[in-house]
Ligand binder design. Structure first.
Ligand code: FES
Length: 583
C-alpha cells in the first residue's frame, strides 16, 4: 500500500545521488541497478517510505576483543533513535575494530588499514552522511582520515572514557597507573597478591583510558576540530549523558544528510587545524596525537608543520590538570566543563570563528561553557599547570627531520642532560638485556632503542618507554633519558625522546650510535645531538649494511605496509593515501 507523498516506483524524481540511489552498483543499467537494490533491501523488511529517506550510515566498531568499545551497542541504538526522530534512515555497517592490547604487532600497524577500509565502505555504500563511532587509540584517527578522504558529512562519536578505579584509598586509572604500579612491582615495592588486586581495579568500566592518553587526546582534538558534539570528548562511557549525546549526534547527522553539509573539507580549515594544535598542547596531550593530526591533515590540502607546532607550544600553557602531566582523570575534566571550558580559558589562542558540525561557531560553543565554582582541573592562563605546552619538537644531528618529547611529563632535572649511550639494537634485544644484572649501565646514561620505527619494527610500537633497568629501579632510579624511533603510550611518564626521524631502519643517524658515545639533550634549545665528529659518523655510515626486504614483508598487507609507510613527520600514512597520492 502507498501513503500520500510516498515514492513507490522506480520513476524517481530525486537525483540519483540521494539516499538509496547513491553509488549504484555497475550493471550497465542504472534503473535496473536501483530496482535490484530495492528488491534486495526489501528482504530486510523495509518500507518504501523508509527507503525514500536520506540515509545516515553508522559504523559499528564493537568487538569482543575491544572492551574500550563495550558501550558501542548502546550508542548505536541511541544514534539510530536520533536519526529516525529527525526523519532520516539509519544503516549500521561493520568496520574493523582495533583495541590497543589486542593488536599484534601493534595497533599502529593497523591504523591505515582501518582508514582505508572505512573510507572505501563509506564510498561503496549509499549514505548521505556518516556517523563514525570510535575511541580506542588508533580508531578515531583512522576514522577521521577516512572521513576527510571520503569528504561526506561526518559526525564523530568518541565512546568516552572509563570511570576511575580505587585501590587502598587511592584513585587509579588506566594506564598511567598501570605503568607506575608495574614499575613499583618491578622494583620490589609491591608483592604478587597486591599487583593481582590492582590488575582488577585499573579498568573498572568499559570506555577508553581515563587519563590524557592517546584516546582522550584524540577525542579532545576531534571536538576542537568541530567534528563531534560539544562535551562529547569527556562524557564517561557508562553515563546516561553519553547516550543522550549519541542521540543528539544522530539528529545532527540526519540534518547534515538533508543539508548535504557541512563536509569535513568545509570544517577543517587551517585555523581549525591550528586550534587542534593549541588544544593538544594545552591538555598536555599524547605525543601520538601529533602523528595522527599530521596524518589527518595530510588527507586535506593543509599540513602540520613541526616547527610551527613547536612554536605554538611556546605560547600555549598546559591548563588541564590530568594524568600523566597532572593529577586528575577524564571524568573530573568533564565535570569541570570539558573542552568548551578549556577553549574559553584559552581565550585569544583559539580562533572562535571556526565552525562545528552543529552549525555553531566555536564562539557560540565557548559562550555556553559551564562555569563550575571551585573546580581546579581546568586552570586559567594566570594559574597554568605549566607555562608552556606539553610537547616540544627537537632537532639536531640525531634527528634531522625532528623528534618529540612530552616535557610536561618529564623530570625537570633531566631536560638538559648529557650522558653515555647504552644502545639496544631492537625491542627483542632490549627485552633480553635490559634487566641483565651484568648490563653496564648507570642512572646518568642515555638508553637508546633503535629499529623500532614505522618501517623497522614494523608499525612504530609504543616501545619508547624503555623500562628502567631492574638493578637501577631497585636502587631508587625513577627516570632516565631514553631515546628511540618508537612511539610511547600517551599515558606514560618520563624523560623520553620519541619519533626520531628518519628512523634507523631507513638509515637515520640513530643507526650510527654506539654504546659509549655521548648524547646531549637540551629541551630549552630544542636539540638532541650525538657528540661524535662528522668524519667518524661518515665512516660508520659507509660501514652500514643495506637493508634487505625482511621476510615478514614479503606478502599481503605487510608488504603494502613495508613498501609505502611514511615517516612520523608525514603522520605514518601510506604514501599513496595522502590527498595527492604518491606524487
Ligand atoms: Fe583502549 Fe586505552 S586501551 S583506549
Amino acid at each position: 500500500f502507498a501513503r500520500p507523498g510516498m515514492t513507490t516506483g522506480m520513476k524517481e524524481e530525486k537525483t540519483m545521488t540521494d539516499g538509496l540511489r547513491k553509488g549504484l552498483t555497475a550493471y550497465g543499467d542504472a534503473g535496473f541497478s536501483l530496482f535490484l537494490r530495492k528488491a534486495f533491501i526489501k528482504a530486510a523488511g523495509y518500507s518504501d517510505d523508509a527507503l525514500d529517506r536520506p540515509i545516515v550510515g553508522i559504523t559499528n566498531t564493537y568487538s569482543d576483543y575491544n572492551p574500550c568499545h563495550g558501550n558501542v551497542p548502546q550508542i548505536l541504538e541511541a544514534v539510530k533513535r536520533g536519526v529516525m526522530l529527525s526523519g532520516a534512515m539509519p544503516f549500521v555497517f561493520p568496520t574493523i575494530s582495533i583495541a590497543e592490547s589486542f593488536a599484534y604487532p601493534t595497533s599502529m600497524y593497523l591504523r591505515n588499514l582501518m582508514a582505508m577500509e572505512t573510507e572505501e565502505m563509506i564510498r561503496a555504500q549509499p549514505m548521505d552522511a556518516v556517523v563514525v563511532i570510535g575511541g580506542c587509540d588508533k580508531t578515531l584517527p583512522a576514522q577521521i582520515m577516512a572521513a576527510v578522504s571520503a569528504d561526506l558529512p561526518t559526525v564523530v562519536i568518541p565512546v568516552g572514557p572509563m570511570v576511575v578505579g580505587h585501590h587502598k584509598g587511592e584513585v587509579l586509572g588506566a594506564c598511567t597507573d598501570c605503568r607506575r604500579l608495574w614499575a613499583k612491582y618491578r622494583a620490589g615495592e609491591m608483592d604478587d597478591s597486591e599487583i593481582e588486586a590492582v590488575n582488577g581495579r585499573l579498568a573498572p568500566s568499559v570506555g577508553t583510558c581515563m587519563v590524557m592518553g592517546t584516546a582522550s587526546t584524540m577525542a579532545c582534538i576531534t571536538e576542537a576540530l568541530g567534528l563531534s558534539l560539544p562535551m562529547s570528548a569527556t562524557i564517561p562511557a557508562p553515563h546516561a549523558e553519553r547516550f543522550r549525546s549519541a542521540e543528539t549526534s544522530g539528529r545532527v547527522a540526519a540534518d547534515m544528510a538533508k543539508a548535504k553539509g557541512p563536509k569535513p573539507s568545509e570544517l577543517l580549515t587551517p585555523a581549525a587545524f591550528r586550534n587542534a594544535q593549541v588544544v593538544l598542547q594545552a591538555i598536555g596531550g599524547s605525543t601520538n596525537g601529533l602523528v595522527h593530526l599530521t596524518a589527518i591533515a595530510g588527507r586535506s590540502p593543509h599540513k602540520i608543520d613541526l616547527d610551527a607546532f613547536d612554536s605554538i607550544g611556546r605560547d600555549v600553557p598546559v591548563l588541564v590538570d590530568l594524568k600523566p602531566s597532572g593529577d586528575h582523570y577524564m571524568e573530573h575534566f568533564h565535570h569541570a566543563g570539558g573542552v568548551p571550558k578549556l577553549m574559553k580559558q584559552l581565550g585569544d589562542l583559539i580562533d572562535l570563528d571556526c565552525r562545528s558540525i552543529t552549525g555553531q561557531s566555536l564562539r557560540d560553543i565557548v559562550a555556553a561553557a559551564e562555569d563550575v565554582p571551585g573546580q581546579d582541573v581546568i586552570r586559567s592562563r594566570h594559574d597554568a599547570i605549566k607555562p608552556e605546552g606539553g610537547l616540544a619538537v627537537l632537532r639536531g644531528n640525531l634527528a634531522p627531520r625532528g623528534a618529540v618529547i612530552k616535557h610536561s611529563a618529564a623530570s625537570p632535572k633531566l631536560l638538559q642532560h648529557t650522558g653515555r649511550a647504552v644502545v639496544f639494537e631492537s625491542i627483542e634485544d632490549m627485552t633480553l638485556r635490559v634487566d641483565d644484572p651484568d648490563l653496564d649501565v648507570s642512572a646518568d646514561d642515555v638508553l637508546v632503542l633503535r629499529n623500532a620505527g614505522p618501517k623497522g619494527a614494523p608499525g612504530m610500537p609504543e616501545a619508547g618507554y624503555l623500562p628502567i633497568p631492574k638493578k637501577l629501579a631497585r636502587g631508587g632510579t625513577k627516570d632516565m633519558v631514553r631515546i628511540s624511533d618508537a612511539r610511547m603510550s600517551g599515558t606514560a611518564f618520563g624523560t623520553i625522546v620519541l619519533h626520531i626521524t628518519p628512523e634507523s631502519a631507513v638509515g637515520g643517524p640513530l643507526a650510527l650510535v654506539q654504546t659509549g658515545d655521548m648524547i646531549r639533550l637540551d629541551v630549552a634549545k630544542r636539540s638532541i645531538d650525538l657528540l661524535v665528529d662528522d668524519a667518524e659518523l661518515a665512516r660508520r655510515r659507509a660501514a652500514l649494511q643495506q637493508a634487505a626486504t625482511p621476510e615478514w614483508a614479503e606478502r599481503g598487507y605487510a608488504h603494502l605496509f613495508h613498501e609505502t609507510i611514511l615517516q612520523a613527520d608525514d603522520g605514518c600514512d601510506f604514501d599513496f593515501m595522502r590527498r595527492k597520492g604518491k606524487g
